[in-house]
Design a protein. Structure first.
Length: 514
């Protein structure tokens, strides 16, 4: 239950209605095609494949008004909750609603509209739009593109803004939540509010990184920049974590005006010829070969890769691109002989994980369970995390990428709801497990247990860390996650914007107030 939650009585309907009445009256107002109680397939599962929960109904809203009507209808019942479902790429049922209403946000009317304010370009998009569609339309219609991305783009705008949205551009522009200037939100009170840093700012900052707790994003205004034409995509390999991390930090700390890459990420891979975890995962092109002769004898069970990209335009002379890349790479301490690079179109680069998705679908690992773990770990603890977790617990890999790269705290706005470690640099660590389902692969429970072991270790060593995409079972765990001060703020925001705890029940933070 929410502390001090006020009851909200919508309209004149003081008497609560039974759930079935709510569904049938919604069918009348929204049209029967917009609501189903039979075909609940997509609403009952997610990418994680670990949770299956049946809602009462799946609703397909087209407009913000439809969304508001559904929230108000849920408020008239004593028990109904509402989960906005983006593209269902959650891991732990966060977009589900047991016996509640699931809104399929992808059915929202398509909106990709260029807006200029004082000459600067922005795009207004629907909360249910996929980032890949935003990319394609912005590049092809306006020659412009958002600045901050996720690695994989079949995710919705509302889904990633409810967390942060992080990729290799975040060191420079901050997460996606730092690249939004206006939102249209339907709160848990069923009110539709346009908010920004200056207009209803408390709602604006609450919703960004707000785990879907305060409102449903129906429209977002995203900052745009000129879209580059081409990208030089580079991977360089390290055997020593200290050299890898200090080079990565040097790159992300470059000052404005100094030459620097446009994208900086990193990952850990196994020092072996294992096809899913080792050397063969490095080359960027089938013609390239990873020659292990270059690996120094002192190397341990895992190696590290810095993944970099530089944007350029057709009009840039190739020698300029070479000079910038060579100038930067010349300062790095990677293993000479273990450098891979390709040049490709900008859109193709941003859609690179789509190609992995196609392969994973063919291999059957896309639809298998994904017990992923995502963390933010302070710079002060990352070396010990490497020696205890990467080199020991994960020395055989996770059958998928193990991302690790630095982010700058000053690019994150502390007024938003997301919480990150205290230090000025922290690392994102992502265990993107792609094991086949049993009996070919390990039991998902074993992998969940391995995640738990890693978290226990972080707690036992008092690391300064936070879960990204947090998932907890107890109130105390949520309080610990936020810390006392931010937890109080989170509860105040809940009381203000969703006092009956109708929204995003799958996060398991608050219980519905009857
Ligand atoms: P869903 O899973 O549908 O929803 C997530 C949460 O947001 C739920 O609580 C839901 O109720 C709420 N929600 C959804 N839509 C709205 C809305 N319009 N308004 C308010 N609340 C809403 N994340 C990164 O930061 N960087 C990455 O590079 C990255 N890569 C990924 C790659 C893959 C293959 C996968 C599966 C996930 C990846 N993610 C990444 C994680 C991803 O950002 C989150 O899982 C995100 O929530 C997925 O978006 P979705 O649209 O599928 O959201």
């Amino acid at each position: 239950m929410i502390a001090c939650a006020e009851h909200f009585l919508p309209g004149n309907d003081a008497e609560p209605k039974p759930d079935d009445d709510v569904v049938s009256s919604l069918s009348k107002t929204l049209g029967v095609q917009a609501i189903t109680t039979d075909d609940l397939g997509i609403a009952s599962k997610d990418f994680g494949g670990l949770k299956f929960v049946k809602p009462l109904a799946l609703v397909r809203p087209y407009t913000a008004d439809d969304v508001a009507r559904v929230v108000r209808a849920a408020a008239r019942s004593p028990t109904l909750t509402v989960a906005a479902r983006g593209n269902g790429h959650s891991i732990n049922g966060q977009a589900m609603a047991e016996h509640g209403l699931v809104l399929d946000m992808r059915s929202m009317d398509e909106l990709v509209q260029l807006v200029r304010i004082n000459g600067a370009p922005y795009v207004d998009v629907s909360g249910g739009a996929l980032w890949e569609d935003v990319l394609k339309r912005c590049v092809s219609e306006f020659g412009l593109a958002p600045r901050s991305w996720t690695d994989y783009l079949s995710l919705t705008v509302g889904g990633t803004l409810s967390y942060a949205g992080v990729s290799g551009q975040a060191f420079r522009y901050g997460p996606q939540t730092s690249n939004v200037t206006e939102l249209e939100v339907v709160t848990g009170k069923g009110e539709t509010i346009v908010c920004s840093k200056t207009q209803s700012p408390e709602l604006f900052f609450a919703v960004l990184g707000g785990l879907g707790q305060f409102g449903i994003i129906t429209r977002a205004r995203i900052v745009l920049q000129e879209a580059p034409h081409t990208v030089r995509w580079i991977r360089v390999v390290y055997s020593e974590f200290e050299e890898f991390s200090s080079d990565a930090e040097w790159l992300v700390r470059r000052e404005e005006g100094e030459s620097c890459f446009d994208y900086v990420e990193g990952f850990v891979f196994v020092n072996s010829d294992d096809p899913s975890n080792g050397w063969p995962t490095l080359p960027l092109d089938p013609q390239q070969v990873f020659d292990p002769i270059h690996i120094p004898p002192s190397a341990g069970p895992v190696l590290y890769c810095l993944e970099l990209a530089l944007h350029y335009r057709h009009s840039d002379h190739p020698s300029r691109v070479d000079a910038v890349v060579d100038g930067l790479l010349g300062r790095l301490r990677f293993i000479k002989g273990l450098k891979f690079q390709v040049d490709m179109g900008y859109t193709e680069f941003l859609l690179r994980v789509k190609r992995d998705e196609e392969h994973a679908k063919i291999n059957g690992v896309w639809d298998a369970p994904h017990p992923w773990l995502n963390l933010f770990v302070s710079k002060s603890n990352i070396a010990e995390f490497d020696s205890e977790v990467f080199k020991k617990i994960l020395k055989d890999g996770v059958n998928g990428p193990i991302l690790v790269y630095p982010l700058l705290r000053n690019k994150w706005d502390s007024r938003q709801s997301v919480v990150v470690p205290e230090s000025d640099i922290f690392y994102i660590v992502a265990l993107l497990r792609f094991s086949p389902a049993p009996p070919k692969g390990p039991s998902p429970q074993l992998l969940v247990e391995q995640n738990r072991q890693i978290l226990q270790l972080c707690l036992a060593k008092a690391f300064d860390f936070k879960l990204y995409f947090p998932h907890y079972h107890s109130r105390q765990d949520w309080i610990n996650h936020f810390g006392n001060h931010q937890w109080s703020r989170f509860v105040e925001r809940k009381t203000a914007f969703d006092p009956m705890a109708i929204l995003a029940p799958g996060q398991k933070i608050f219980s519905r107030v009857p």
